[in-house]
Design a protein around this ligand. Structure first.
Ligand code: UDX
Length: 437
């Protein structure tokens, strides 16, 4: 009999994992404490925007292999393997991660575990969390040593979550026994021949934080080069292209622009620094402070450039903002550089109108003080300055002539180095971009 799986926490990670595992043929029970979310999921409604996920969710529900509940008791009775996928956000006013959702998931599940099973943490956590949770589980689970913990970090990117789950580039598992390793190998066996790293708890936790720290560093590296390019009248897009031909460097995550945001990279590098400090290894990660600072400086630079184009002040100036999501193909606005810039310009007196193909609803809820347009044209109508802040394909394909007819002045700042400079300049636009002359 194949294992029966539960997935605790139904955010981007949990919904995707639950749906994909059901698609692979497992019986899966998803759990969330949000009853409304559970109801929506059970009726096939996706509470997030994730390309390609809805059909997988619906297939799971229709096959009878997937459903969702709010009951820990039911989950404990159902599952042989319990995946914990709850959020670990940044603590308010601190760098450290808030792992309280993780703790409460274990505290709620463990007292019902009265038979052999494996609990698998997938969330991104400070190193040392797994060891602590293993102790907690041992104390609270009636089945004692029959209940084991494993760690199995997740590397999925929003917008590509289904693909990343079904075709991961690697699987990392932190285990304390051959039994746990064997169970996880069986669970992932339907994925085929994927490179697998089997290691201890601490290393498996660190792989995830180290990967995100590396990606953030790569982006901030090219954005630091953008700062130098601005001072030296050089072009960071050509610099980046030339670097990318060196396959030791590679071209991915080397796009200069407004920098990184989202629910992972910013908070993960901060939590990593905080944890290293607790471990007495803070010196090792002081460079991440600079990575964070470079990233935040790009937002400030964007505001400065926009103000410059507005003639030195935002007062009496209408600004059309294209993009609210932290990246294209997502409705996620967590720590979105685009929204951050829009809000700052609004606070400095600009009349800001934002448009985003998918993230408008989330943006409206979080920032009711801004104005919103129902299309790109509507957002830039009457604008003295246009800002492209998230590189959605529909923005990259905009016709500068058409846009030029509705704006008050043909001035644009390309915050993602996504537009064709020549096309815009030859349509009479004053075109500026980050890291370019
Ligand atoms: C990231 C990691 O990629 C993923 O492996 C991890 O599991 C979760 O965090 P995600 O947050 O979905 O995934 O976004 P990602 O595609 O990594 O982009 C992060 C941010 O970096 C975005 O704001 C994006 O616009 C920015 N970025 C990315 C750049 O500014 N330049 C680049 O070259 C690449």
């Amino acid at each position: 009999m194949p294992y029966r799986l539960t997935v605790i926490g139904t955010g981007y990670l949990g919904i995707t994992h639950a749906s994909c595992m059901a698609d692979l043929g497992f019986d899966v029970l998803g759990l969330d404490i949000d009853a409304d979310k559970v109801r929506r999921l059970n009726s096939g409604e996706l509470p997030i925007h994730e390309p390609g996920l809805e059909p997988v969710l619906r297939r799971g529900l229709d096959s009878g292999r997937l459903r969702f509940t709010t009951s820990y008791e039911e989950a404990a009775a159902f599952g042989d393997v319990h995946f914990v996928c709850v959020g670990t956000p940044q603590k308010r006013g601190e760098y450290a991660a808030d792992v309280s959702y993780m703790d409460s998931a274990i505290e709620s599940l463990a007292p019902h575990l009265d038979r052999e099973c494996l609990v698998v943490g997938k969330s991104t956590v400070p190193v040392g969390t797994a060891e602590r949770l293993a102790d907690l589980l041992a104390r609270l689970a009636p089945a004692g040593v029959e209940v084991e913990l494993a760690w199995n970090p997740e590397f999925l990117r929003e917008g590509y979550a289904v693909e990343d789950t079904l075709k991961p580039d690697r699987i990392v598992i932190g285990v304390r026994s051959e039994r746990a390793e064997k169970m996880l190998r069986e669970v992932y066996q339907p994925l085929g021949d994927i490179p697998m790293v089997v290691t201890d708890f601490a290393t498996s936790e660190l792989v995830k934080t180290a990967a995100n720290a590396f990606l953030a560093t790569k982006i901030s590296f090219i954005n630091a080069m953008a700062e130098v390019c601005e001072a030296a009248h050089a072009d960071v897009t050509q610099l980046s292209k030339a670097l990318s031909y060196d396959d030791r460097i590679g071209g991915r995550f080397l796009n200069a622009g407004l920098g990184f945001g989202g629910g992972c990279l910013p908070k993960d590098i901060r939590a990593f620094m905080a944890r290293a400090g607790e471990l007495g290894a803070d010196q090792a990660l002081t460079f991440l402070r600079e990575v964070d600072a470079i990233n935040m400086r790009r937002r400030a630079r964007m505001v400065d450039l926009a103000r410059e184009l507005a003639g030195g002040s935002f007062h009496g100036c209408t600004v059309g903002v294209l993009g609210a999501a932290f990246k294209p193909n997502s409705d996620d606005i967590r720590d979105s550089p685009a929204l951050d810039v829009a809000v700052t310009i609004g606070a400095q007196g600009g009349q800001v109108t934002v448009y985003d193909p998918i993230a408008l609803g989330n943006a409206r809820k979080a920032h009711p003080e801004l104005h919103y347009g129902e299309s790109a044209l509507e957002a830039v109508r009457g604008a003295h300055v246009v800002l492209l802040l998230t590189e959605w394909p529909e923005f990259v394909d905009l016709d500068p002539e058409e846009l030029g007819k509705v704006v008050a002045a043909r001035r644009i700042v390309d915050g993602r180095n996504a537009l064709n400079t020549e096309t815009w300049r030859s349509a009479g636009w004053h075109y500026r971009a980050l890291g370019r002359p």
